[in-house]
Design a protein around this ligand. Structure first.
Ligand code: PMP
Length: 379
């Protein structure tokens, strides 16, 4: 059997990783400014994380959600404290798409309604309803298309007001759009969504799968705007690579046995990974580091040649170039051994390093980036 060929691959095979670095099987050292797709929050193979997972694996790795798993309560308590959502409930699952699928389902259970508003360039995952509210025709199979999904222009308050009615079950929006090229919702747009949701009895879902867990310089990106969503979804940075995701749920939602469920969600190993991540984020002050190094990077990226716009908060940065970015990313990888991310906007590079990235690493990147851009522009 062979693997189903759905990913375009770089011909690089990392065999070791530490902090913000990777090594391939030939011993080449790479700088990871992409964090394995915004997943690596506390740095590769962080010693506290490795120890916590190893110790847990030696005790018990998995049992079903039919028994007591106190690690789930510990994780929920620590997440509530660090994020400022102590009164919310936590439902644990395994991936970003699954978190959004469950949030959308909960919104429909709660409101008794079906129509979902989402926004252009948004990305919410590839399961049936998550992909229906995601922009990108090539990802949607015929069975995914539904008239319950209403896609509106991003940051357009007039279009939003016009589309809203009593039929809307939920609005889903990313704290900051990632795949769409790091687009930030305005505070005024988020406040408008919140007030329309309140007025029409709709549920506000913040997809913080990529922008959450300290990446934006606050625990959640929406906390820069002072809104309070009904449901918040988390994944990527939550397990630093171990598959774990969750939905933070306002206490007004009523839990009923059987309404949601999963075999793997909240297993012992996943919880051990999730707790270790939260402990390290807190102990090492990584949210502050995300803000500090993020601001430093953005300030200096704006000075680089050929940069049209730099968008971002903390360590979620989109650099829009005057030229397509594929060649620049390839040169960074080939000539400087630096991984960066792409986006659905062909001119925008995404920078998503580990939250404990240092100023020294930022400087190495800035120097290489300026060199590559100067060369690309001379051609
Ligand atoms: N929401 C957002 C904002 C994402 O960036 C992603 C992944 N790129 C997802 C949902 C889906 O997450 P997963 O791939 O874990 O299903």
């Amino acid at each position: 059997m062979k693997n189903f060929d759905v990913y375009p691959l770089f011909n690089i095979e990392p065999v070791k990783a530490q902090g913000s670095y990777l090594w391939d099987k030939e011993g080449n050292k790479y700088l990871d400014l992409y964090g394995g797709h915004a997943v690596i929050s506390i740095g590769h193979t962080h010693p506290h994380y490795v120890k916590a997972l190893t110790e847990q694996l030696n005790k018990i790795g998995f049992y079903s959600n039919s028994i007591q798993i106190p690690l789930q309560a510990e994780l929920a308590e620590k997440l509530g404290k660090l994020s400022g959502y102590e009164d919310y409930f936590l439902f644990l699952c395994n991936s970003g798409a699954e978190a959004n699928e469950n949030a959308l389902k909960l919104a429909s259970f709660h409101s008794g309604k079906k129509k979902i508003i989402s926004f252009s360039k948004g990305f919410h995952g590839r399961t049936s309803l998550a992909v229906a509210v995601t922009e990108g025709a090539s990802m949607q199979a015929p069975v995914n298309k539904t008239e319950n999904a209403i896609m509106l222009p991003f940051n357009d308050e007039v279009a939003l007001e016009k589309a809203f009615s009593n039929e809307i079950a939920a609005v889903i929006i990313e704290g900051m759009q990632g795949v769409g090229g790091v687009q930030i919702p305005t505070t005024s747009f988020l406040k408008k969504i919140q007030s329309l949701c309140e007025k029409f009895g709709a549920v506000l879902i913040l997809d913080e799968v990529q922008s959450g867990y300290g990446r934006s310089g606050k625990f959640f990106a929406h906390q820069h705007s002072g809104i309070k969503p009904d449901l918040i979804t988390v994944a990527k940075g939550m397990g630093n690579g171990f598959p774990i995701a969750g939905v933070l749920i306002n206490p007004k939602f009523k839990a009923v046995h059987g309404m949601l469920g999963t075999t793997f969600g909240g297993n012992h190993l996943a919880c051990a990974a999730g707790i270790a991540v939260l402990d390290v984020i807190k102990e090492e002050n990584l949210i502050k580091n995300s803000e500090t190094i993020g601001n430093y990077l953005m300030e200096n990226l704006r000075k680089a040649p050929g940069v049209k716009e730099v968008r971002g908060l903390g360590l979620m940065i989109g650099v829009e170039l005057e030229i397509p970015c594929a060649e620049v990313r390839n040169a960074l990888l080939k000539d400087h051994k630096i991984f960066t991310g792409s986006s659905s906007d062909k001119n925008t590079i995404r920078i998503l390093p580990a939250l404990n990235v240092t100023k020294e690493v930022a400087d190495i990147f800035l120097k290489a980036f300026t060199q590559v851009l100067s060369k690309s522009l001379v051609k």
